[in-house]
Design a binder for this molecule. Structure first.
Ligand SMILES: Cc1ncc(COP(=O)(O)O)c(C=O)c1O
Length: 393
């Protein structure tokens, strides 16, 4: 049997790798799981009735473009949130969650060559893993750019050699960042967009944590590009109901950007996509039109930031997350700390470098653990207190 080489060097995915590290060992207490970024706050209580009211949609193949009410709800939300003028037909495209969109956008939009050479796809390191596999799928060279304390926890793409920048076709960027919790400021976006204009590449902005923040809404990439008068095709943003509305199982998100980019994405997906079933689109439509549940969920995350700051505030090297729901905590050795924490307390976290690649002998995150603040406030307080006493006591 012959298998493709393309993905042969992929490391084991973070969660099976974690199971390999921990599962042969007994937890030192009732497990408190803080590994996966799966929101646990309740989703809105109208989800059931909305779904039941649209069941006849299961009898139809869903339209590739999404039903008009969903596209209008998405465009309306993005226009309110970012002061844009997106058109529901030309500029937005519903997805089955951002993960597949982030993957498919690379297939649809990354060219075969850039100036006659192999294109480069930039991504932060550590990063959300789909970016790398998307780059490999299109035969591009993935370039992993450190996003560590030293760089403000966001990648310094402008610091790359000119020769690399000239080959860049796509730059992935995540803000608010998973796992670092950093937010790209307006100035950061302006610089990145200017760099993309200079070297003619597209920015894929993964903004799925945009609604989970302390007090100031994170600026958006399309918002800044629009204010700058950049090429409308320069930026594609990706958003999701998974984190915003606590609906990770709905599999609903969207991409928004320039009309040519969205048309290309639509074209690819008219061949190979799996559009969201209509009843789920009805739920998604209502979710984008409603802000009440988002504000309530955000208030709970704000309470969680306060718990984290109170419990861990005096730990040396603790950086309060600006947004999102991850803590990115300093340790000496990520695997040693993760195993000790599990064996001593039952608190389960993720070694930071499981989300990174080794570049020139260094793997960012090997001295970090990622802690997802998705459990309820009481359990979070309990878990973080155990974590502090075990690792920093
Ligand atoms: C940074 C980041 N991007 C994208 C996703 C994908 O989310 P979804 O496909 O549920 O929208 C996640 C989920 O954990 C994530 O953390």
């Amino acid at each position: 049997m012959v298998f493709p080489e393309r993905f042969s060097n992929l490391p084991e995915y973070a969660f099976p790798r974690l199971r390999g590290l921990l599962d042969a060992h007994k937890p030192g207490g009732d497990p408190i799981v803080m590994t996966i970024g799966e929101p646990k706050h309740p989703f809105p209580d109208w989800v059931g009735e909305t779904l039941m009211g649209s069941l006849d949609g299961f009898g139809r193949y869903p339209d590739n473009n999404g039903v008009p009410p969903l596209r209008h709800a998405i465009a309306g939300w993005a226009n309110r949130r970012y002061a844009l003028n997106l058109d529901a037909d030309a500029h937005v495209f519903p997805l089955n969650g951002t993960r597949e969109g982030l993957f498919n956008a690379c297939l649809a939009l990354c060219p075969e060559t850039k100036h006659g050479r192999q294109p480069v796809v930039l991504m932060p390191n550590p990063f959300y893993q789909v970016y790398a596999v998307a780059a490999l799928a299109v035969g591009a060279e993935p370039v992993y750019v450190p996003a560590t304390d030293a760089t403000g926890n966001l990648p310094d793409y402008a610091g790359l050699p000119e020769d690399v920048l000239d080959r860049v076709a796509v730059a992935y960027i995540c803000s608010p960042a998973n796992p670092q919790g950093a937010v790209a400021s307006r100035a950061y976006w302006q610089d990145l967009i200017a760099l993309a204009e200079r070297h003619d590449f597209q920015i894929f902005a993964d903004e799925c944590y945009s609604e989970i923040y302390r007090d100031t809404p994170p600026p958006g990439a399309l918002e800044v590009a629009h204010q700058m008068g950049a090429d409308p095709e320069r930026v594609v943003i990706f958003h999701s109901l998974s984190k915003r509305s606590n609906l990770p199982g709905l599999r609903s998100g969207f991409a928004a950007g320039g009309p040519a980019s969205i048309a290309q994405l639509k074209q690819l997906r008219s061949y190979a996509g799996a559009p969201l079933p209509e009843p789920l689109q009805a739920v998604a439509t209502r979710a984008w039109n409603d802000e009440t549940h988002v504000i309530a969920s955000r208030a709970r995350y704000q309470a969680k930031y306060a718990i984290a700051d109170a419990v861990l505030g005096d730990v040396q090297g603790y950086t309060p997350p600006e947004a999102g729901f991850f803590l990115w905590l300093p340790v000496q050795d990520a695997e040693v700390a993760t195993l000790k924490l599990w064996q001593d307390t039952g608190v389960r976290v993720l070694p930071g470098h499981y989300l990174a690649r080794e570049v020139r002998g260094t793997t960012p995150g090997a001295d970090r653990i990622r802690v997802a603040m998705v459990v309820d406030e009481q359990e979070l307080q309990r878990g973080l207190t155990k974590l502090r006493d075990c690792l920093y006591g």
